[in-house]
Design a protein around this ligand. Structure first.
Ligand code: SAM
Length: 276
């Protein structure tokens, strides 16, 4: 059992499920393997379950916490040489400038589940400055992140993240490891940005637009789902079957569609309701 802030009531709106089981805290810390000199930044340190381990490995950690009470408590727990506490919303943080100050980042977080997709997308824009990311998320989200084409779990999150990162699901963590326990099983995922030479060159906004539209209504054929961007002949010219459904396409096929859209001078359009 880990000691936290006495009397702190977990705040649902901040997705607070605190790790308290030393076995699982140790396993996550081992997976991260923080070393002296690593520029570690933790998202949502909470009651410092992981933070302590990360400081033990790296000597110093930066952490972004939105909850003011926890931020104040965290500042009292650690010396300034050990912890730089950034009291902010990780969603709106300027990750690029942070990396410019801090050097290539290793990002770690038992993430608040309610913001996991927008946060993953926000971090993508700083991927050039990141060495790796270790996150605990709902298992269902991790399964979607690492999914291969052909199944129901494969969607926008899979394609967009696999374009930029290599991802490995490491292990599951049961609800009992947290206080309060979440309703679902969690998983730890390692995300390593691909070398820029390995990232298929594409206009990012058009690529996002093609992927979002393709998956906006999964049962539609591409010909219908992409009709706001291109017609069936354009899809076929990108060497993709206009009758196919998005979930059957691999990353390269989406890249070819986005390149075709660029060639046609299409403007990126994101559908009203985006499905991950
Ligand atoms: N790392 C701790 C642990 O493993 O026990 C806490 C994990 S808890 C699931 C999520 C943490 O993220 C909480 O401390 C919460 O206050 C913080 N948080 C929630 N939304 C945030 C945001 N937008 N930016 C930064 N921190 C946030």
């Amino acid at each position: 059992m880990q000691q936290g802030l006495q009397g702190h009531k977990a705040r649902k709106r901040f997705g607070q499920n605190f790790l308290h089981d030393v076995h699982w805290i140790g396993r996550i810390a081992k997976a991260v393997a923080a070393h002296p000199g690593d520029s570690i930044i933790e998202i949502g340190p909470g009651q410092a379950a992981l933070t302590r381990e990360l400081i033990a490995g790296a000597g110093h950690v930066r952490a972004v916490e939105i909850d003011r009470d926890l931020a104040a408590w965290l500042k009292e727990q650690f010396a300034a040489e050990e912890l730089t506490l950034i009291e902010a919303d990780a969603l709106t943080l300027d990750w690029k400038s942070l990396a410019e100050q801090a050097g290539t980042l290793r990002i770690v977080g038992n993430l608040p589940y309610n913001i996991s997709s927008p946060l993953l997308f926000a971090l993508m824009r700083a991927a050039d400055h990141v060495r790796d990311q270790h996150f605990m998320l709902q298992r269902e989200v991790v399964d979607r992140m690492v999914a291969a084409p052909g199944g129901k779990t494969y969607g926008r999150l899979s394609v967009m993240l696999q374009w930029r990162y290599r991802m490995v699901k490491l292990f599951d963590v049961p609800p009992g490891a947290f206080n309060p326990p979440p309703k679902v099983v969690s998983s730890v995922v390692r995300m390593t940005p691909k070398d820029p030479s390995q990232v298929p060159a594409v206009d990012f906004d058009l690529f996002s637009s093609v992927v979002a539209n393709a998956f906006s209504q999964r049962r539609k054929t591409l010909r219908n789902a992409l009709s706001v961007l291109m017609n069936a002949d354009d899809i076929a010219a990108a060497d993709v079957d206009p009758q196919a459904r998005a979930e059957t396409l691999d990353l390269e096929a989406f890249v070819r569609l986005a390149r075709k859209a660029a060639e046609l001078g299409v403007k990126p359009i994101i559908p009203g309701s985006v499905v991950d």
